[in-house]
Every structure is written in C-alpha cells, then in structure tokens.
Design a protein around this ligand. Structure first.
Ligand code: FAD
Ligand code: FES
Length: 502
C-alpha cells in the first residue's frame, strides 16, 4: 500500500528539461521533495503529483488518454488540467503545477491553486437525498454530491457500526497484520461533519414507501426527495451442522474482520471454506500470520470459472508454495467445535474457520417496496430503478452493460464506487449513462491479479506472456471478440485493454 518517498525521482523539473526527455509524452521528475509527472498532450503540457491518491500507484507507469492519466494499479483516472479524481477508486484530487515552455526548455513552476471542478447544481436539484448503505457505492455517492456542490441535505444510513471503510483491505493487508487500522476509513470521522453529511451508523432501514417518498429506520421515519439504494451483498452461510456456531466466521464488515483477527491470535490451524477470491485472500493473509491454512472447496481448480484453468492452476500453485493445503473436490459436512468433517470422510482439527462461499445481494428492501428485481435490483442505463427517484448502485444493481450487451450484476469495489458517482450526478439531474468497463483486482501474497471487462462464458482464451512467470495478459474471447482480460504485472496492457473495450 502506501509507500513513503525517500528520495525524489528523476530530474529537478524546476531547473528545466529538454522536450526530448519526455518518453511517450511523459517524464517523471521532482519539485522539491515531491515526485511530479510531466505530461504533454495535444492540449499542452501538464504537471501533476506522480502518485495516485488511492494506494499511491505510480502514474508514470499509467496511461495518458486525452487530458487524463489512468493509474496502472486499479485504473483510477485523474484530469491533468485540474487534478480531479474523475474515476474511482481514487476519490481525492492530486496537486498540479504550472508549466512553462521557454527557450526550448520545459520548466515546472509553482503549485496551482486547487481548481474548481464542480459544474453548477441545477436549480431543480432535490432538497434531500438519502443513501441506504455505508459501503463503496453509498460513500462514493455522498462524496460526489458534495464535490458537485450539492447544498441540500444528505443522510447516509448504514447498518454497520463503523463509518465507511476500505472493504477490500479486510481480506488483504489489514487481515494479514501489515496495515494498521487507521488505513481503513475511507475518510476520517470529521469529514462527515465538515461535509455536512448526516451519517447514521447502526441504522437498519426496514422498509421504503416509494409513493410517500419515505423510509423506516430503527430510529424513525426519514423522508427523501431522491433515494440511493446501496445495500451491497451479504455472505452466504453454509447449510451444515455447526455452521452458525463459533468459531465459524464470514467476512464482510470491519467487525467480522476484527473477530477473525482475534480468532487468529494464538491459533495454529484455520479452515477456509471456499477457494474463490475472498477465501484465497483470507488464506494468504492467515499464512502471513503464520497460521496453517486448509482450504476446502468443491471445484477441481480454484477460480477456473472466472479466470480459466491455467490461471486457476497458477493460483493454486502459488498458495501451495506458501504452504496452503487444498482439499479440492470436497466439501465440509459438519463442524463441531474444533473438528471439521469433510464429505470425503477426512477430519481436520481446527482453531477456527472462515467461510467464503459467495455472497447474495441484499434485495429484501427493494423487493418489499415493489421495485423490479431480477437477481439484483433492475436499473436503467442511468441507474434509476423502476420507481422514479429511487436509484440503485453497487453489488445489488443489475444494469444494462453496453459492452457485453447484457444486463449484468457484479461484485467489484471499483464498479460500486463508480456507480455511486454516476447515481449521485443523476440524482442531481444529469442524464449520465453508466458505461464504465467493469474492473476488479485481487491480491495473493505479492501477486496482484487485475481483471477488466466481463466474461461469464468464453470460447477461447489467449495467453500473452507466461502465467507462471507472473507476467501475462490473458484475454477471454467469444466469437473472436475480447470480452475481458486478466493480467499479472502487465498493468499498461490492462489499461490498454480497458481503453479498447471502451
Ligand atoms: C473482504 C472483502 C474483500 C474484497 N476485496 C475486493 C477486491 O479486492 N476487489 C474488488 O473489486 N472487490 C472486492 N470486494 C468486493 C467489494 O467490497 C464490493 O463489491 C463492494 O463493497 C460493494 O459495494 P456496495 O456499496 O454495493 O456494498 P457494501 O460495500 O457491502 O455496502 C453495503 C452497505 O449497506 C448497508 N446496509 C445493508 N442493508 C442495510 C439496511 N437495511 N439498512 C441500512 N444499511 C444497510 C451495509 O451495512 C453496508 O454499509 C471485497 C469484499 C469483501 C467483503
Ligand atoms: S493505486 Fe491508483 S487506483 Fe489504486
């Protein structure tokens, strides 16, 4: 994650550089002790903070598209003219500097004043916007509303006890013990007060009345002019004896994660049920804590359904190199205290178990309110549900994806945030179509896997590079068309694949 800069990179840009020093229109240098990226586009020269405001990704290794630069790590996008983070997962703007070209040299001058990025809120903007959900989509929507200078009331209702956190970290660095808890909040507590966002925690919304434009929470009735449903998904529990008893955990919230960390203290062996992203990220984090990990899953090859057999075999081998023991083609029949019995008859003594066998979207509220639901809350291209004025975003939303031509629902952090941002703008009266190419990442030890696009079925997989050497771009195709691409340490190619799909 965040790395402290010790020595600034490249030339001192205040002393001037020759135009020829820019390679592919970019040059990484510094101003004082800060790394600065100098970029030439068809509109001119720009200088911007060289590190992404998400996890500090190196923008010099990213892709310049028009007047923007995209981060190589998780595809955030920044406007080079203003520094604005125009696409999640980055939410904070970057600093920009003035640039001057004189006597055949390029000089980076003083820092520019932060630019106003908001376009004015329309006069018919709603007075009160309520957001149900304190996760990726809900938070990104609230932040965007204020970024757009919406001055009306924002109420954010979240069932969770903690303010919005960086959920992907809960199975990665934080669970592994390598990230402190203060990295988790998406914003410090005082952000909500300063931005005048009324964040109500441990607030359970029990029903919505679309006609009366109000909803019922544990604290009473809340009226709204526009409503965003961003209730996310919840872990599926095992339907076996002992599945709901301790020490059997699922992982969605910070509370869940803290409980697993407590279980891990002094534990010798953990059972992980499920060999998909959450299960295997948890396995990696627990191995980092020195705990023996046994993974039980019914499939023959982990992640084959999403990444194909070759990537799946690589992921398995990677975990085995780190000491994970797999029990594939098997399931857990019962857990009785510290004894887990597998369907095959094998029995394991464990200290605790983490179940990662998938999630289901939380649709109950939408269903009871009479909204159209089809394995997700059905939304149109603007993310509006079948009830006018009610929008949905994130893990619950099934939207018309212009790239695949299908109505899809995904469970990706970046998609949830970007949908929250689009829904926010549309609640203010914009008519923005949600057309972002889906993107997710996953991290296993030191190996990041990036995935862009959406391929539920494919008839061909093209591998460029070498998966086992951790240097590859794997393309999933149907009828010759690339639907999605997974990559390991081919960040630029992943960005280019995204651009091609756009
Ligand atoms: C451990 C973990 C690791 C992950 N890692 C990655 C990753 O590496 N990359 C990736 O792309 N994706 C990852 N994901 C998936 C990603 O976090 C989700 O896709 C994303 O959080 C979805 O955002 P959301 O806003 O739809 O839902 P959430 O973030 O789940 O937020 C839903 C919110 O709604 C609230 N809520 C629900 N019902 C009610 C109610 N009735 N009343 C009030 N509040 C309610 C919940 O309490 C919660 O605050 C991970 C998920 C988990 C759990
Ligand atoms: S570090 Fe840039 S998008 Fe994550």
């Amino acid at each position: 994650m965040t790395q402290e800069q010790s020595t600034p990179s490249g030339p001192d840009l205040t002393r001037g550089v020759a135009p020829g020093e820019l390679v592919d229109g970019k040059l990484l240098g510094h101003v004082g002790d800060q790394d600065v990226l100098l970029v030439r586009t068809s509109e001119g020269l720009f200088a911007i903070d060289a590190h992404c405001s998400h996890y500090h990704g190196p923008l010099a290794e990213g892709l310049v598209v028009g007047n923007t630069v995209r981060c190589p790590w998780h595809h955030a996008c920044f406007d080079l003219r203003t520094g604005e983070a125009t696409r999640a997962p980055a939410l904070s703007a970057l600093a920009c500097w003035l640039v001057e070209e004189r006597d055949g040299q390029i000089f980076v001058r003083e820092k520019r004043e932060p630019q106003k990025v908001a376009s004015p809120v329309r006069s018919d903007a709603p007075e009160k916007i309520v957001i149900v959900g304190g996760g990726a989509a809900g938070f990104a929507a609230a932040e965007m509303l204020r970024r757009r200078e919406f001055r009306g009331s924002i109420v954010m209702l979240s069932k969770e006890a903690a303010p919005p956190v960086d959920r992907p970290n809960l199975s990665k660095d934080y669970l592994a013990g390598s990230a402190p808890e203060d990295w988790l909040p998406l914003r410090p507590d005082d952000f909500y007060r300063e931005a005048d966002i009324e964040l109500r925690l441990s607030a359970d919304v029990s029903s919505i009345d679309p006609k009366a434009r109000q909803l019922v929470t544990s604290g009473g009735i809340v009226r709204y002019d526009r409503l965003l449903l961003a209730t996310g998904a919840e872990p599926v529990h095992l339907a076996i004896p002992g599945a709901r008893q301790l020490p059997v955990r699922t992982l969605r919230s910070l509370t869940d994660c803290r409980a697993i960390i407590e279980d891990a203290k002094g534990a010798h062996r953990a059972l992980v049920v499920g060999a998909s992203f959450i299960g295997l990220e948890v396995a990696a984090s627990l191995r980092t804590r020195g705990i023996d990990v046994h993974v039980v899953a019914p499939e023959a090859i982990p992640m084959e359904r999403i990444l194909g057999a070759d990537m799946g075999r690589f992921v398995r081998a990677l975990h085995e190199e780190h000491g994970v023991v797999f029990h594939l083609g098997d399931t857990v029949a019962a857990i009785d205290g510290r004894r887990a019995t597998l369907e095959s008859g094998e029995s394991l003594t464990i200290d605790f178990a983490v179940v990662g066998v998938g999630v289901k979207p939380r649709l109950a509220l939408a269903q009871a309110a009479g909204l159209a639901v089809d394995r997700g809350v059905v939304v149109d291209a603007h993310l509006e549900t079948s009830a006018p004025g009610i929008y949905a975003a994130g893990d619950i939303a099934r939207w018309p994806d212009p790239h695949s031509g299908e109505n899809i629902r995904v469970e990706h952090w970046v998609v949830a945030e970007r949908q929250g941002q689009t829904a926010a703008r549309n609640m203010l009266g914009d008519r923005e179509v949600f057309d972002a190419v889906p993107f997710f990442w996953s991290q296993h030890y030191d190996v990041p896997i990036n995935y862009v696009g959406h391929a539920e079925h494919w008839d061909d997989i093209a591998i460029d590079g070498d998966i086992r050497a951790r240097d590859c771009l794997v393309q999933y195709k149907r009828n010759g068309r690339v639907l999605a691409a997974a990559s390991i340490y081919r960040d630029l190619a992943s960005l280019q694949a995204e651009l091609a799909m756009e």
